[in-house]
Design a protein. Sequence first.
Length: 205
Amino acid sequence: MKPEYWDRAKRALARKDPVMAAIMRRHPGVFMARRGEAFMTLARAICGQQISVKAAQSVWNRVCECVGEITPHNVLAQKRPRLRACGLSDRKTEYIADLAQHFADGAIHEHRWPEMDDEAIIAELIDVRGIGRWTAEMFLMFNLLRPDVFPLDDLGLQKGVRLAYFKGRKVSVARMRKLGETWRPWRSVATWYLWRSLDPVPVEY
């Protein structure tokens, strides 16, 4: 379903930024959508790190066959060699088990996320081995549908900004951050449309 703020954000961005308005007009009728349950989404993100989308899907399919329903309990119930046999590296096996343990122990406060700000959730997630800031930011955007995430380290965002606003020239993080300030409090929406300006297929993470 479309985020409840989506149309409001589009109107606000269009009023502030004619470049963004033009990008949005080229991509009508599309919007950012929620992806999956929290634990499964994060486990899949770890699975897909540093390998192709096709390879990641193949490994993930085998993990699902091995584990069944992807829950912290079911992952922790599996012996590590069985998970590695799915195609996970030793390190990714450890990372997914660590993630499962964080959920099982209550160290990740999923029930409190609606009341927590973005940075507090990011801090909680990056405490898990294998989850960095970029993965946490993608999670905020695509699972929690937070409206004002601005993933400055994302290569697609950097390219989109260069092409749309700086005629392809290299741009500093400081200038990107300053540009992003003009999009508050809808930076997730602006980022999503900059990705769309490069590729109509939603970003994978």
